[in-house]
Design a binder for this molecule. Structure first.
Ligand code: SF4
Length: 368
């Protein structure tokens, strides 16, 4: 069943139900598409009138990729590799210049739509081609599939893929922000299913609902969380049953596990998180850029990476700050002249708020 916001009668009915529960809630989600739906349809302001505060957490893969990984790609470009990246990745500001700046200097950096495009480039050149693989469990299977299909010898993957549940655990464990419920990401959940979130509900007594992306999906997900809280429950429910199965996508999980293994990884805004990175397994080491070019990347070990001056993306990523609370938002920092990754990526909170012209919208917290 596909919902539409034009079904205003249903939307109003759900909002009324939420209001009648008379709760005061802060709900986090971790998905750029969810944030787009919330902002595009003004759902966050409607929910605020029902005493439900919505926060976006670390749900933008480009935003959480730390500066070091962009520097790795820059070093390899300067070493003569072709760097294949997604369109928004190239514009992420990095100290000393973005990948787009390097491209302007004449280095071979190309925009691709996925790993398969990078393989096509590798087939047409003798130069080493490095695919900067950014994304969560949603996009990682396509990278894995390429590595399983005997790519050309000159094709390498710089794995910046990450697992979502360990980041949620790390964020909740920090305890900086009291969160009453989580809306789990629909696309990631279509791959991993519900089970990987269950320990979070047990550990933090936290209701979670996997939600779809239509406005009414999200309102229903909020109502489901509110009902769990009213009953004192804390479990993982599935609002997005038309796409997400409890066990996830078995085939995609199989290839994911065949190619990647969990490893500790740094997330922008969250620091080092145990077992949250996808490391390429040894059997594919000939295509692992970090293994093959290890000597050239070593130089980065002694560098301390800084965030762009004045940028508060780290707090935005942890859900502590609304973009409008950053003094640079919309003035110094815009999509054409971004200061931080959250303004670059289409899944970044700052970009989404700017896109819908919400430069002066005041979202406030009524929670401690
Ligand atoms: S508005 Fe710009 S500078 Fe401020 S947090 Fe967002 S991306 Fe960073």
């Amino acid at each position: 069943m596909t919902f539409k916001l034009s079904d205003q009668h249903t939307a109003k009915h759900i909002l009324k139900k939420i209001r009648e529960l008379n709760l005061n809630l802060r709900i986090m989600h971790v998905c750029g598409t969810h944030q787009d739906t919330l902002v595009k349809h003004g759902l966050d302001t409607l929910l605020q009138e029902c005493n439900v505060e919505m926060r976006q957490g670390p749900g933008c893969p480009v935003c959480v990729t730390p500066p070091r990984e962009f520097e790795e790609a820059k070093i390899l470009a300067k070493e003569g590799c072709v760097i294949a990246v997604y369109g928004d990745v190239i514009r992420v500001p990095v100290e000393g210049g973005s990948l787009a700046d390097l491209k302007a200097e004449g280095y071979d950096i190309r925009i691709v739509y996925g790993a398969e495009d990078a393989v096509k480039i590798a087939k047409k050149t003798h130069k080493p081609v490095v695919f900067m693989a950014i994304g969560f469990e949603t996009t990682a299977p396509s990278t894995a599939s390429v590595l399983l299909n005997e790519p050309p010898e000159n094709f390498y993957v710089l794995s910046c893929h990450r697992y979502v549940p360990p980041a949620l655990d790390a964020l909740l464990g920090m305890g900086e922000l009291k969160i009453d419920g989580l809306i789990d990401p629909g696309h990631v959940s279509a791959i991993i299913g519900l089970k990987p979130y269950e320990y979070l509900s047990e550990r933090y007594h936290l209701p979670q609902v996997v939600s779809g992306f239509e406005p009414l999906d999200m309102l229903v997900a909020v109502l489901m969380i509110a009902l769990q809280i009213k009953k004192g429950e804390a479990r993982v429910e599935n609002e997005y049953k038309r796409v997400v199965k409890y066990e996830g996508n078995i085939k995609a999980l199989k290839i994911l596990n065949e190619v990647f293994q969990p490893s500790d990884a740094v997330w922008r805004g969250l620091g080092l998180i145990k077992d949250s990175g996808m490391k390429i397994r040894g059997v594919f080491e000939d295509h692992d850029a970090r293994q093959v070019f290890e000597d050239r990347l070593k130089v980065l070990d002694s560098i301390e990476f800084k965030e762009p001056f004045g940028c508060r993306c780290s707090e935005v990523i942890r859900g502590l700050l609304y973009p409008q609370e950053c003094v640079l938002f919309g003035k110094v920092c815009t999509p054409t002249r971004p200061i931080g990754p959250c303004m670059v990526s289409v899944e970044g909170s700052c970009n989404i708020e700017y896109k819908y012209g919400r430069l002066n919208v005041k979202l406030s917290s009524n929670r401690s």
